[in-house]
Design a protein around this ligand. Sequence first.
Ligand code: GCB
Length: 596
Amino acid sequence: MTDETPDDPFHHLHDEDYARPYLAGLATAQTLVTLAGRKVESLDGEWRMTLDLFDEGLRQKWHALDDAPPSQWAVPRDYDIEAGERVPVPSCWNVLKPEWTHFEGGAWYTRWIDWTPGPTDERAVLGFGGANYAALVFLTGTYIGRHVGGSTPFSVEATAHLKPGRNRLQVFVENRRRSDRAPMHHFDWFNYGGLYREVSLARLPPVFIRHVSVALMPDRRRIRVDIALSDAIDGEADVEIDALALKASIEVHAGRGAIIVDAAPELWSPERPRLYDVVVRHADDAVRERIGFRTVATQGTDLLLNGRPVWLKGVCVHEDDLALGKVSTEADVRRRFRHARELGCNFLRLAHYPHHEHVARIADEEGLMLWAEVPVYWAIDFANPATLADARNQLSELILRDINRASIVIWGVGNENADTDARLAFMADLAATAKRLDPSRLTSAACLINRDRFTIEDRLAGHLDVIGVNEYFGWYEPDFSGLDRLLANSSPDRPVIVSETGADAAHGRRGAGRLLFSEDWQADFLEAQLTRIAASDYVRGVAVWLLYDFRSERRQTGFQRGFNRKGLIGADKETKKQAFDAYRRWRPPTAGRRQD
Ligand code: GCB
């Protein structure tokens, strides 16, 4: 990929086609290398960052400038790496300086890599955990790849571009809200920007393992192992699970191989989240993972975990932090899970986009079940093929990243999207994509309610395993009669999860009755909701909206002040509201207690 600067120094002022050189080299699920279970060099730490509201760096090709200090410039410049701010990576710029809080635009991140070449045929891959929303990657002046989609990982091969010694890595990250993106420009959370997840560099052999998937078959007596290599070669790989005395070789054709082997692992469950050490090898490459084995399925309106009916008592959570924005530390994830456990939950819905990779890893260890989803939220540009390609790619990257996580039981393909033909085709495509990439899990989405007939009614439901329903009767609607009618009128042929219900409460606001934004009404509302939900004979789970208050610019009353206040706990992640206790006391129906 070359991008030569024309001789005319003012060419960039009139060139609105400036993004053209950066269209090639799109990193997708096809080019993703799962770096889990490998040794990598971390590129986190201090980087330089320069905001770029006008895409000026792309217009002027800032990446092509050398590192010379201003004293050595022959002509003036508009960019000087050293004049950039020192910022930590991962981070979101919105929380680093008050004047950057609402910045929506681009930013240039720069750091240097000292490269000592390894064996001649070694390959080097840069791994990015997440950059919101789009990113362009440059190595010492050369454009080497880009990515779109704000919450999924991507890989860019750097083999041909790394030189012995000092290399300059630059990433241009851009978080504009646009109608053709997923999410589009209107959503109920905060639009954090930046290189907000880990960056790493992996040294890999000439042919390396791109992905591995190890899953229990529905009969729970066999394990299926799939392997995908970087190159379409024939050969042999092997899998080893010591604790099961399992060792098998896998024939690889054109870079892909699969094997099904007899095995009777102890099953992973919330009560006993047993994990096994699994090693998959190909030539000099090895991927090591800790994997739990379980099955999830539906039968009529039942949800089955390991063949047994299960009821999901859950809570939704956003990736949002007063100090860190969208950065999730391990301590933050563990706190989330501690609070979920305190509530007696066995389930979390990770709203409304893929959360950090370690969330599902820790949930595997701690025995929590997860719903993970893509931000196909509200009024997506459903008729736009590029938007579909983006959403499908985000879903594929999420699935490839987390395919070995027992905790994830549901892939969510969307949330509250208006019922049009274009939307049905778009989301049915996503549901089919999820099934194709991962037949071992269930699909769902927050579906629609017919508000004339008060029934759960959505043409998409036929394409999903589980029907999600977000409903706020008693909050956005003045009473619960709509919920009573909805539950009585609907007769779904598959399990329903109330994928959201909740009410706002400003901490400390007290009062009797339906006093909006009071802690008391939030708690009373929840109790009224849960009593009705528990009495239904087809609802198999609820995910209360939500664990913590979170930033949302749509919410500007005195009670909200830029926050959605439906948290059972405040935005400080400490101050519990009355409703926390109400939900903690509530016991879900016994799974399998049903009238059908
Ligand atoms: C919803 C949305 C969620 C909002 C929530 C609310 O239905 O799915 O993203 O934040 O309602 O608080 O209104």
